[in-house]
Design a protein around this ligand. Sequence first.
Ligand code: PMP
Ligand code: GLN
Length: 408
Amino acid sequence: MKTAGRIHPVYAEMERTVFDRMSALAREHGAINLGQGFPDGPPPPALIEAASRALHEKSNQYPPGAGLIELREAICGYYARRQGLELAPEQVTVTSGATEALAAAIFAFVKPGDEVILFQPAYDAYAPLVRRAGGIAISIPLSPPHFRYPAEALDAALQERSTLLARSGLPDPAPVKPRVLMLNDPLNPAGTVASHAELAMIAKACVEHDLIAICDEVWEDVRFDGVPHRSLMSFPGMAERTVKIGSAGKIFGLTGWKVGWMIAAGHLATAISRAHQFLTYATAVPLQWAVAEGLSLPDAVLDEQRNGWAEARARLKAGLTQAGFVVLPNAATWFLTVDLVASGIALSDREFSERTVIEAGVASVPVAALYQGEEAPEHLVRFCFTKPTEVLDEAVARLARFRETLTG
Ligand code: PMP
Ligand code: GLN
């Protein structure tokens, strides 16, 4: 069969994700995988026990499409306790990972021709999903090393549309203006966190321009700055226009479980739940029971896990710094970013990542892969630190030797 022109253009040109590619290269070359983000340590035993108990004792048949009521209640309890949010289970839809939640929210709210504001760098699913829905991604680049949210650029992205519209001179021009804004806070890959003032500025823009905010907060509980996470949803006027997305994969370090959720109010909640019913309909039920138990555990369990990640983070940062790499400041996620130029390395991020996985035996992620278009910096490489001490030490030793071969 001739397939030219038969495949949707979004998929016709698409490569495998950078995460999948780097993990495959790591396997092929026997490299230490600090690329794709996942922890190597043991998961909290209580969740493994809860999942195996559920397999034996609970139903293994379809759960309600929106998720077990026990899990939806546990999600509400969790956010009441940790973020002071007042939510009802009817607002929550359980999804197969945050990735499905992103797809459902985008499919629910982005119509052909709608503009969607994205900040870059961004999780690589955002722009293709927007395009698949027929939307137009308007990207606002965030600049390293601090990745602050530029109020002027956001304002311009919003204003320019109306100016263009006014200038179009058409008697009855189709309304071309952003309808949706996507925010990822804390931000993968940078590991930075939006300040209160930045969130307030973004919330104000959403209210003034009547935008729906799709807020990907999967890293909300992987913060090392001691500051409690605050959701965009909690800002004035935002409860009615925000979809808040979370993931048990990140909270418990169980990325392969693919249990996530999305939360919204009123008609928005109904719409995303409808989108979900024809993406997956429902999510693996034993894992839903286990996540419900996990979210109800004492905070000390999560604190212990995070303390372990914090130690790994400090170890990788110290090791890389000692080996002459310059690590950018950040406060969250499982990732540290190295500035190649500041580290005296004259390779682009892609060259560095491709060469280190083969020549040094360490996989990483080139940050440019998480930008669309021309705006990508080419001097930043992301390393995942949630690995055992000896793995991190060996990775640093290999990277140090590789750096010496480059810098003499
Ligand atoms: N959003 C962001 C910002 C992420 O970093 C990730 C995973 N790393 C996801 C969404 C996807 O989460 P899940 O595995 O739960 O689908
Ligand atoms: N987002 C994860 C990361 O940043 C990977 C997710 C995936 O591979 N789909 O590494």
